[in-house]
Design a protein around this ligand. Sequence first.
Ligand SMILES: [Zn+2]
Length: 341
Amino acid sequence: MSAGRGPLALVFLLTATAGCRDGAGPRSLEPPPVEVPPLPKPQDLPPDLGTRAFAHVRALVGFGARNPGSPGWRRGLDYVAGQFEALGLPVRRDRFTDAKEGQTFENLVVRIPGGTRDFVVLGAHHDTKVTEGHEDPDHNFPFVGANDSASGVGLLLALAAHWASHAPPVTLELVLFDGEESIPFKWKLDRALFGSRRWVAEYRRLIQKDDAAPRLRAMILLDMVAAADLQLDDDSNSDRDLKSIVLAAAKACGHERYFFRRTLAVTDDHLPFREAGIPVVDLIDLADNPQWHTRDDTLEHLAPSSLQVVGEVVLTALPAVARRYLEAEPAAPDRTEPRGR
Ligand SMILES: [Zn+2]
C-alpha cells in the first residue's frame, strides 16, 4: 500500500494543510454527515475476537516473510485455507500468473451466505513486502509483516469463526488478496495490487456475461489494523457515505477515538474496486505508523485490543451497510438464528 503522494513527510503536510471545508471554520475531523441508517444495538459482539485474531497473526508471523513464491507464503496460504475449511467454509484458491512479472499469485476467496443475493466484499492482503534481492541494501532486511498484513488476515479469520455460527446480515465474500505490495521497494502502481485487480477483472467478466449474476454492492478493506497505538486514517479515496457508516458504528461501540483523525489519499486494494464504481472503505493505519515497511513490524507493537476494536466496528457497521447498499434486495430470512455449524 502507498500513501500515493511520496514520502510520509508529505502525508503529514497534506494532513496539516487540509484547510477548511465550505469556509465554515476549522475542518471537522469527521467525514461530512450523511444519512446513516439506524444502527442496531451492539449485539453478538464476541469478546474474544481480538485474542483469536491475534493468535492467527502470531501463527502467520511464525512463517516468516510471506512475499509471493516464498516458503512462508506457501505455508501462510495453507494455514489460512486450512483455518477456513476447519470452520466448514469452502475456500476457492485462485492461483494465477502475471505474464509480465513471471510471478504466480494466489487469492483466497470464501463466500459466507447471509440471506442476500447480492454481496459485500471484506478484504485484506496476505502477502508481505519483498525485502530481499533489492539493489539498495537498505531495502533488504528481515521482515515478518505482523501488522502489514497478518493483522487483516487474522481479523478476517476471527470474524469468519463468528459468522460460521451467526449468519451475517448480508452475504459476504472474504477475499485475501495476494500481490498487494509493490514488487519494487519504492511503490509502483503497475507492479502492485495484483490480487485485487485480478478479482475485479474476473468480476467484471462475470457480470458482462451473466446479467443475473449476484452484484457486489460495497467493499471494506482491512490493512494494518492491529497497532497497539491504533489510528485509522480518513482515506480520501474511500467512499464518504461508507466512512460515515463506519464512524457511526465506531461511535455506537465507543471506539470513535481510533477513527479518521488524519486525512490522506491511500493507494491500496480498494482502488480497483473504486474504479469499477463500487463504494469502498479502507480501514488502514498508515499516517502514524513508524513500523511500516521496516524490520520493526513485529508482534510486540501490536495489541489484541486493537483487533477487537476494528472487529466490533465491522460487525456493528455491517447491518447498516446492508440497508444502505442492498436496500433493493428481497427481505432476508431471520438472520439472528445461528446456522448450526
Ligand atoms: Zn505494505
